[in-house]
Unconditional design. Sequence first.
Length: 399
Amino acid sequence: MTRSTGRFLLVLLGLYTVFRLFTTAVLLWITDVHQDPVIFSGEVHRYFDLATLWDGAWYESIATTGYPDEIPRDEHGMARQNEWAFYPMFPTLAKWLMVLTGWPFAVAGPVVALVVGYAAAVVMGLLLRERVGAVAALGGVALFAAFPTAPVLQVAYTESLATLLLCIVLWLLMRRQWWAAGAVALLTGLARPIALPLGLVALVAVVLRWRRRREEPVPRGEYAGMLGALVGCGLSGLIWPALVWRGTGVPAGYTETMSAWRQGEPVTPFGPTLEMVKWQFGDPRGVWLLLGFFVLLAVMMLGPWARGLGPVLKTWSLGYPFYLAAALDPWTSIYRYLILLFPVFVVMIGGGWAPSDKRANPTWLIVLRTVVLVALFLGWQVWWSWELFRFEPPRDNPP
């Protein structure tokens, strides 16, 4: 490791630590000032009780008792909400730490999320540094660490793990390390359902490499690796449904379980998103606002100001929100899903130019924009945490 890389990582880790301390202070404030006492076990510090609510409670059940042998059903035969909706890698890591240290899940889960979050920030920073330079990379990581939903990076949620695996896959694809990219992509299938947008990114990377075959001949072994990357991304989306089938004996066990969060209704592409924006903003205003969001995103990522990011990061930034709109319900959880759009943060601060581009913004302007956006993000984080990390039955919108 060179001296400049060492200094870069030191600054990055320092920034990330400052933002994690800020988030910790916010969560402690919410815990002490306003929280339903029913959530406190008395066995660990109150912070850890707060850090294992909602999804954390499901992961705790998986880490301590495992998955059920069959799909729980109601009196009408419809699947109930159950552990099979939650992917196994995070609770498995927490379980290993529990065995190693003797800690309860309430401590092990948040610690795993925190440590993995540090690793994700390091990989993200190094990846971005290769594309847009050190200053813009630090700015992007700062916005990621200060994002309004960044508290999920240190509670028993999977955002930090998903970010780490995602950054590794994207970096490997950028470096044309196809076999490794496919292997890590396969692992994401045990951590987070992002196979479709990740497969699109791999396909774009492979096609662009193939188109340069005359300038840069493609060896036969590389063709095999490119195929391996595509296969890894494809299998990533199938591995967990297949394991649910094997564990429950129900071929559609995973989709039935997921439908339990929608009162048994099947998912129609874009249906829940269109219904939500119409409900929130009216029809057709909500539809126009949704279209406006995607147009703005396209302008941000396809303009020359994002050229330094390269096709891999730009494809992810365009494909992932499209996938979210098509496949998920845009409720309170949608905000934390957006934290994976870290390349967009770089464009927001004007750091998407290649360092060698004469049109690149000066360092002072990138820093100024970063400071302003970080301040806005932190204020938004306080509000978001206050709204969603307070457990007040029967009102219980999860983070």
